[in-house]
Design a protein around this ligand. Structure first.
Ligand code: ADP
Ligand code: MG
Length: 614
């Protein structure tokens, strides 16, 4: 038989990745073993699933096990699994090119960290295979796919620029990887070393791991055990295994129930939210099991999308074992699981907010966006979600938060609604004109920094029977009626003439100019004829048209010196009055967070300065 040797180049990205992997200084390169064992376990999990759903597989009675053999004389480490194996096309696709953007993101992550190369995360980016080259200067991989007609292939590389694929000799289904160790990694050809590393990283692999003929792990479904038989350490180790994590979880929730549905669930909230760091959308991370048999890994349907940050396991005896991925989508049982577990998790969070306030604060800072996403989109759980939302307010310190329930609990006696105002920052909101009337009345105002908060408030409309009202709403009905108009204010007749005149000056930029009953210290404020300014800001962003802010309602403070002087200038037919009116209007727009075209304003400001200095 003539053997054909094909030599192929690695994709550029992989070459870069390999270069880092091979040449970096690292402290815990032993994690390569965790990555390779996890690939072996994945391949066997895939085989088990394939078998479950039907097609005939090669060597169907072959036990699902990982065998690891060390050879201290030849300095090799061999890892063999009986999983799905790979066809030639799969070899090229899975370990020669990168379909997903894992390597690119991983390289980005490494360069962001500077000299301190944290290779530990390699598995989380879907490029764990290459960690073999941390310890080996040559890797030979023998593989045969589970498909009945599949042939055997040998993949080999020194991890530098290229790899070869050769037709191989007959072997049973699965993959065998031989690592030819680097001189400084000979330690990994020692049985004790390998056993220690397995104990540390791979205790929970759900298949037997057999080192030189001896089984070293206990195959254990932790989530089916009794809570008080499990130590914190075991939980954390399990989390590290299932989440491919290297740190400990922030929260864990382990519960079992029989009604309304049989469930064993173990969920973890990670310490970090990778989406926050710009690593793209987090993939769901909860696996669906039936009596310890994996039905769907990283299930996208067993929990709502906004819970994609959770890691863990949901096991239900009631799921039919041979449920297919297609029918699962419509399964009433899966939606019931989804609903029950989600509610339970939300109840758990609500409890943590009181019992573990510091940890909860950390959770909220890192994961609040997911909860808000849920509150905005998930009608089924909206009520429970709104309950755990937290906000800063005019009565809190920066960084301190309250819930809507806290707010309602301390509302003023004459207060009937919940007020909120949106702005980019606390300082921005507090220096703006919108809080003045509330300060005057002693009403608390919730600060919303994210557009999604306003969206949620708009969508729910009320909380516990109290309307949610944006403080910059144009029809706000909270004027200080009982307060007499200041004696110093312009008279009502004067105001009428002045507002008519301003309306004429500003033309189509305003729909209305009127006297304000909400202002104390500011000369003027703009309100949106569409309801709230935040809606207008959003429309501006969506239309990407900064020159077109749309019309506003302008309210003026008839007691303010600036407005009174403006009226005098108008009476004297001073041409400067027009310039001042335009500037007062644009200042109010800026205070509202609207984006305006700066060109006209600079010219005007120069005229104003000239006059002031002149
Ligand atoms: P990930 O495991 O996150 O997909 P890896 O870099 O660890 O990323 O592996 C890349 C791919 O190579 C896997 O998705 C799988 O398709 C394939 N692969 C790796 N090891 C094995 C194996 N032992 N058996 C079958 N396929 C494997
Ligand atoms: Mg992997």
């Amino acid at each position: 038989m003539s053997t054909i040797v094909e030599t192929k180049e690695f994709q550029t990205e992989i070459r870069q990745l390999l270069d880092i992997v091979i040449h970096s200084l690292y402290t815990d390169r032993e994690i390569f073993l965790r990555e390779l064992i996890s690939n072996a376990a994945d391949a066997m999990e895939k085989l088990r699933y394939t078998q479950l759903v039907g097609p005939e597989v090669k060597d169907k009675d072959l036990a699902l096990e990982v065998h690891i053999d060390t050879d201290d004389n030849a300095h090799t480490l061999t890892i063999t699994d009986t999983g799905v194996g790979m066809t030639k096309e799969e070899l090229v696709e899975n370990i020669g090119t990168i379909a997903h953007s894992g390597s690119k993101e991983f390289i980005k992550h490494l360069s962001a960290k500077g000299d301190q190369k944290d290779l530990n995360l390699i598995g989380q980016f879907g490029v764990g295979f290459y960690s073999a080259f941390m310890v080996a200067d040559k890797v030979t991989l023998y593989t045969r796919s589970y498909q009945m007609e599949a042939e055997c292939f040998v993949w080999e590389s020194d991890g530098v620029g290229s790899y070869t694929i050769t037709e191989g000799e007959d072997l049973t289904r699965g993959t065998k990887m031989v690592l030819h160790l680097k001189e400084d990694a000979y330690d990994f050809a020692k049985e004790e070393t390998i056993k220690r590393v397995i104990k540390q990283y791979s205790s929970f692999v759900p298949y037997p791991i057999i080192v030189n003929g001896q089984k070293v792990n206990t195959v254990d479904a932790l989530w089916t055990k009794n809570k008080n038989e499990i130590t914190d350490e075991e939980y954390n180790e399990f989390y590290k295994f299932i989440a491919n994590a290297h740190d400990e979880p922030l929260f864990r929730l382990h519960f079992s129930s029989d009604a309304p549905i049989n469930i064993n669930t173990l969920l973890f909230v990670p310490k970090e939210n990778l989406e926050q760091f710009g690593f793209g959308r987090t993939e769901p991370g909860v696996n669906l099991y039936c009596k310890k048999v994996l039905i769907q890994e990283k299930s996208p349907i067993v929990l709502p999308e906004w819970l994609r940050f959770l890691r863990g396991v949901i096991d239900s005896e009631e799921l039919p074992l041979n449920i297919s991925r297609e029918t699962m989508q419509d399964s009433a049982l899966v939606s019931k699981l989804n609903k029950v577990v989600t509610s339970r998790f939300l109840k758990f969070l609500d409890g943590q907010a009181t019992s573990e306030p510091d940890k909860y604060k950390e959770f909220w800072e890192k994961f609040n966006f997911f909860i808000k996403e849920g509150a905005a989109n998930d009608f089924t759980h909206r009520k429970e979600l709104v309950k755990i939302l937290q906000f800063e307010s005019s009565n809190t310190l920066a960084g301190e938060v309250i819930s809507l329930a806290d707010y309602v609990g301390r509302m003023k006696e004459d207060q009937t609604a919940i007020y909120y105002v949106n702005g980019p920052t606390r300082e921005g909101i507090e220096s703006g004109p919108y809080l003045e009337v509330f300060r005057d009345k002693g009403y608390e105002v919730i600060y919303t920094y994210a557009a999604i908060d306003d969206y949620i408030f708009g969508a729910i409309g009320e909380y516990e029977g109290k309307r949610l009202i944006s403080a910059d709403q144009s029809d706000l009905d909270i004027s200080n009626e009982q307060k007499d108009r200041s004696e110093l204010a312009l008279s009502e007749e004067e105001v009428k003439v002045l507002t008519d005149w301003i309306k004429e000056v500003l033309g189509s930029k305003v729909t209305e100019v009127r006297e304000s009953k909400r202002l104390v210290d500011s000369p003027a404020v703009v309100l949106s004829p569409y309801g709230t300014n935040s809606m207008q800001r959003m429309m501006q962003l969506m239309n990407k048209d900064v020159n077109n802010v749309g019309p506003s309602v302008l309210e003026i403070n008839a007691s303010h010196q600036m407005i009174k002087r403006l009226d005098e200038a108008r009476k004297n037919e001073d041409t400067f009055a027009k310039i001042a009116a335009e500037q007062i209007f644009e200042n109010a727009q800026i205070a509202a967070g609207l984006i305006i075209d700066p060109r006209g304003m600079v010219k005007r400001l120069n005229e104003i300065l000239e006059r002031a200095l002149g």
